[in-house]
Design a protein around this ligand. Structure first.
Ligand code: SF4
Length: 193
């Protein structure tokens, strides 16, 4: 078959749509190409964090888990086996990869001190210690042992807890146990909305 340079460029440009070129069946090659992009990736099943629908996602990561290798997220898609979304994602969920790989993503705790206009980076140890100190102080200040009628209620009215759709059943179980032990009665989860 005589092939001009123009014909060749046309095939190269529109090759994605062609299945047979110059007598060769390209379908196995395209199938292989699609597979190669995620063939060596690790699949991690997770939940879209954006809204209470809680769609299932698969996150594909490259990296052989060696100590000196930083895993790299290369693709995120809807989980076809998930009963809620069955592989579909709305535009927000479909852009999840950009959220994970965003330069502006916060990777450490921050605090804005009273009166300050800027957020300040702090260590995880400081964040935990400060949170514990504020929880204790607030509970001590707002704990109600008896109500106006003299009934024992032992409740903490100054703290509320709200969870998110990515929290697991086990995590929620521990949260409720912990909050109830402090006397907190205002508990909610975004996924219940
Ligand atoms: S993919 Fe869309 S609908 Fe599903 S949880 Fe995320 S934001 Fe909500």
């Amino acid at each position: 078959m005589e092939t001009s340079r123009r014909d060749f460029l046309k095939v190269a440009t529109f090759g994605g749509a062609a299945t047979t070129v110059f007598g060769f069946d390209l379908r196995p090659a395209y199938a292989q190409l699609r597979e190669l992009k995620i063939a060596r990736a690790t699949e991690t099943r997770s939940t879209c964090p954006y809204c209470s629908v809680s769609c299932g996602v698969i996150i594909y990561t490259l990296g052989d888990k060696a100590k000196n290798v930083t895993p790299q997220v290369i693709h995120v898609e809807g989980d076809p086996d998930h009963p809620i979304n069955r592989g579909t994602l709305c535009p927000k969920g479909a852009s999840l990869e950009q959220d994970i790989l965003n330069d502006r993503r916060l990777l450490r705790p921050q605090v804005r001190r009273p009166g300050a206009t800027d957020w300040q980076d702090i260590s995880w140890d400081d964040a935990l210690n400060e949170t514990a100190r504020w929880v204790k102080m607030t509970r001590d200040d707002t704990f109600v042992a008896k109500d106006a009628q003299g009934h024992t209620v032992n409740r903490c009215e100054g703290i509320a807890w709200t969870g998110g759709c990515t929290d697991t059943n086990e995590f929620n179980y521990l949260v409720v146990k912990t909050m109830r032990s402090l006397g907190v009665c205002y508990l909610e989860n975004q996924a219940r909305v």
